[in-house]
Design a protein around this ligand. Sequence first.
Ligand code: FAS
Ligand code: PHB
Length: 388
Amino acid sequence: MRTQVCIIGGGPSGLLLSQLLHRAGIDTVVLERQSRDYVLSRIRAGVLEWGTVELLREAGVGARMDREGFVHTGTYLAARNRGFRIDFNELTGKKVMVYGQTEVTRDLYDARAAAEGTVIHGAEGVALHGLDTSSPYVTFTKDGTEHRIDCDFVAGCDGFHGPSRKAIPASVLREYERVYPFGWLGVLSETPPVSHELIYANHERGFALCSMRNANLSRYYVQCPLTDKVESWTDANFWDELKRRIPEEAAATLVTGPSIEKSIAPLRSFVAEPMRWGRLFLVGDAAHIVPPTGAKGLNLAASDVYYLYHGLVQNYQGDNEGIETYSQKALARVWKSERFSWSLTTMMHRFPDQSEFEQRMQEAELDYHESSEAAKKVLAENYVGLPY
Ligand code: FAS
Ligand code: PHB
């Protein structure tokens, strides 16, 4: 088999890149290890930067998002039983779209199928070859049969645990990491959201977040120790803990119900450099991870796709400037989003070994954000998304 761009990974990065390249007349094959249903069963991001919204529309997959998504012009931060609002629109003239990653991925799968795109599920043992030559290729097995795909370029959209990043020689690859000493216990419930906008709460018992997917589907999180097991958290315990951490006014109106999904996600900051080696380009979680506090993970994947899509189109028109500068451009934005995600995580969470002084610094940071338009503006411009 031959294609122009072989894409490893059928998550949001891989599917969005495939769809955009298809619309530019560039042929791709997507290799995904899991089934479509498995990929869609993962509950992940909920907030889209406006740059991501516009890119999805450019890919021709914005219609359902525009119909069913919620446009948010602000968010709430809360501490010591008091909340204050960050008005994105007033401070930056921008907004965000609340529309779950699951739905984004579903829309992308549907678009690829409608265009008769080649998305191969059940691709096992994907291996990358000849990346430092002008004729790279990828091998994999499906249903016990070995396959080979010859291509011009390989896009590693295979997430944190995929093979692409590992294909870059150890002598070339540099990795930077911060693992946080806590995780997020997330619950999805078929209940009306407690607030019309998100609530990020700092509490002495730990962080909590109130989010949503639609008018009757809510997403809630509480910070939990890394040693916790999801099965040790009953729904009742979860709701009680969430009520303790969010402002009383919100807790009083919180509608609880059975969890339809419950999981614990670890938190880490991670960046791999460079994001290109020879004919391989790393995209999304394959190259970087952020703690979900700043809602940047999926959105960083989108900006990587933006840079690579334009670089590849430019390349096939005879100008390789875009692919030559891909890694440098993508990493410049990645590191700024890593900074924001780290700083918001530091401000909003309780660290097990936090000193009294660090506790006071956290309280001062929150007070500063509540009382300073400048501080609110900095948070707002990062949250809605820095320019591409
Ligand atoms: P993905 O990991 O989504 O997709 C990679 C794909 O590659 C997967 O489908 C995988 O099956 C496939 N793959 C892996 N190895 C392969 C192989 N060897 N062969 C073929 N295919 C292979 N971000 C937010 O903004 N907000 C959140 O609240 C949030 N919550 C998260 C919770 C969890 C538990 C996790 C893990 C991530 C969360 N994220 C969140 C980040 C998340 O949304 C990612 O940023 C986003 O999925 C990135 O998309 P991809 O780069 O496509 O990677
Ligand atoms: C979510 O809705 O899952 C969500 C929203 C905002 C975040 C993290 C997760 O910062």
